[in-house]
Design a protein around this ligand. Structure first.
Ligand code: FES
Length: 105
């Protein structure tokens, strides 16, 4: 298991034992006050928007062009920290990954 440390939409810190090999969204969508992920991970809704902790930004693979386009339309877009959690694959290297779930849009 890989530990994720999340700040949910109620500003609570939650630790999640995540499964590697699936997206961050799949690992957190069933939590209370979590992402909506209404498109089911198709990079088509941005309701799985998260802000990665600053110390993790450079440690993750860069955003794809499609992910970048979706995020730039968000009023909560942070050029450094924003990610779509459905496009972020969890691996063993993500142990300790910390992020905040962006506000509902
Ligand atoms: S779940 Fe829709 S873009 Fe991620």
């Amino acid at each position: 298991m890989v530990k994720l440390v999340i700040q949910d939409r109620l500003a609570r810190t939650v630790e999640v034992d995540a499964r590697p090999g699936v997206s961050a969204m799949e690992n957190i969508r069933d939590l209370d006050a979590s992402v909506d992920a209404i498109c089911g991970g198709m990079c088509a809704c941005a309701t799985c928007h998260i802000w990665v902790a600053p110390e993790w930004v450079e440690r993750l693979p860069p955003r794809s062009y499609e992910e970048e386009l979706m995020l730039q339309d968000s009023p909560n877009f942070d050029p450094q920290r924003s990610r779509l959690s459905c496009q972020l694959l969890i691996s063993d290297e993500c142990d300790g990954l910390s992020f905040t779930i962006a506000p509902d849009e």
